[in-house]
Ligand binder design. Structure first.
Ligand code: LLP
Length: 449
């Protein structure tokens, strides 16, 4: 079966050029560093587009599919433009993501709004821009949304987020399908929620159920199980309330490869399993026409992004490890310290050199835990070398901080030899842009000088 981009660590267009430099999107990464500095997030536009096409192709075997890019993985207005061009929808989870989508000219009917504690203002904004669906997470929100909808004199198409009671094998912090989860309605609460939507809430129209069982998933059976569990609920809802639900949303979660040890399934394999289970359950429960919706985030963007760093100081522990420090770390990539995520690296200016030493790549932040990669075999590194960490396109910039008051890096897209900034590098002024010195402190003097 055809390989897909979530299965390859390096971006689609990555290659080593005549100068032994890593090239992405037809751009020499060493030249990119000269132009934009480091740390630098580099996104391969052709890779992102190809990945979107692979998703569409893989799921085209089913007649009615919505593929919604989970923008929390990495969102900028330029990314929204690319996603829009590729005819995907968006999964958004905050007023800020909605605002970004609107501002990029995204068709808001193709946006689905998720989240376990949306504020009244966010819900108002969602209704104001006629968002496609709101996925309601709990009883409190059903009540709130109905009120907001009444005030806006609108009827809202909703999904109910369900916790299906499925435990997938991923990191504890990115599991969401188990019973003890902060997200969604328990299976035992669906009946009451549907009853209320039908009998009490005048401005909510139930279109289907939604579940997201976790992220970085490598098994296919969890999706088959999930579809079975949801389909049974669709059947029960029809039997009891005569409501024929029109769509089923399976969330995101498809795994990607960051290191040689990871072996994710291809998008085609995932799609085949999902579509087969979908059809089987539609037949089994007589569910009629049913739209299939998915919300992949990481699997669309992760492997089209790399981070470039400059190697700086180093330290050899006597009879111990050799540490190489780079000019970034946990504030541009918090995943190793948060989830023990593993990465690999290449020296972009010595791309094809043979590995000669085992080093640990440390970040620059004041935390012992700020280690990007522990014990990796690399060619001999010197200060000034460019270290590329691939598969950092998802949940890196989107979770980046200004920890230690280090400005956040720039992000660029590369395409056919062109490079364009999509997020400007922050400068020191940005760090104090929202700092306020209250007047009484501005006036106070120091008595010790
Ligand atoms: N849909 C919903 C409702 C979600 O909560 C998520 C991710 C997705 C879709 C997209 O999942 P994906 O396809 O990207 O796995 N910061 C963590 C990941 C958190 C995922 C949160 N929800 C990390 O860096 O691993």
């Amino acid at each position: 079966m055809q390989n897909t981009l979530n299965q390859s660590i390096l971006p689609y267009t990555a290659k080593v050029n005549d100068q032994n430099h890593l090239e992405i999107g037809g751009c020499d990464t060493v030249e990119l560093v000269k132009k934009y500095g480091t740390p630098l997030y580099v996104y391969d536009e052709e890779g992102i587009r190809t990945c979107c096409k692979q998703f569409k192709d893989a799921f085209s075997a089913y007649e009615d599919v919505s593929i919604l890019y989970a923008s929390k993985a990495f969102m900028t207005r330029a990314i929204c433009k690319i996603i829009k061009d590729e005819c995907l929808g968006l999964d958004v989870v905050s007023g800020g993501e909605i605002y970004t989508a609107i501002n990029s000219g995204f068709p808001m009917q193709k946006c689905y709004f998720n989240g376990n504690n949306k504020t009244p203002e966010e819900l108002e904004l969602a209704l104001y821009c006629n968002i496609g669906r709101i996925t309601v997470d709990n009883f409190y929100e059903l009540d709130l949304l109905d009120k907001v909808a009444k005030n806006s004199d609108k009827t809202v198409d909703i999904l109910l987020r369900i916790t299906p009671g499925l435990d997938c094998h991923t990191h504890e912090y990115i599991k969401t399908g188990q019973v003890d989860s902060k997200f969604g309605f328990d299976l035992s609460q669906i009946d009451e929620a549907v009853y209320k939507i039908k009998n009490e809430y005048t401005n909510l129209s139930l279109k289907g159920l939604h579940a997201h069982i976790g992220s970085q998933i490598f098994e296919k059976n969890v999706y088959t199980d999930l579809i079975g569990i949801l389909a049974e609920q669709y059947h029960a809802i029809y039997e009891k309330y005569e409501i024929q639900l029109a769509e089923m949303n399976l969330g995101g979660g498809i795994g990607v490869k960051h290191t040689e040890d990871e072996d994710p399934l291809s998008i085609y394999e995932m799609a085949n399993v999902i579509i087969a289970a979908f059809r089987e359950n539609i037949d089994k429960y007589g569910l009629g026409k049913l739209k299939l919706a998915i919300e992949p985030g990481r699997s669309i963007i992760c492997n089209s992004g790399v981070t470039l760093y400059t190697a700086g100081s180093y330290k050899q522990v006597p009879d111990g490890r050799k540490y190489i420090a780079v000019d970034g770390g946990m504030s541009d990539n918090p995943r190793p310290s948060m989830y023990q995520a593993k990465y690999t690296a290449i020296i972009a200016n010595k791309a094809n050199d043979k590995a000669e030493e085992t080093v640990t790549i440390a970040g620059r932040y004041c935390e012992s835990g700020d280690i990007l990669i522990q014990d990796i075999n690399l060619p001999e590194i010197s200060s000034g070398d460019i270290i590329c960490i691939p598969a950092t396109g998802a949940y890196n910039y989107s979770m980046a901080s200004q920890y230690n008051r280090v400005p956040r890096p720039a992000a660029i897209v590369v395409h056919k030899g062109r490079s364009d900034v999509i997020i400007k590098r922050e400068v020191y002024q940005d760090l104090i842009a929202f700092d306020v010195i209250p007047e009484r402190l501005a006036k106070s003097g120091c008595s010790c000088i």
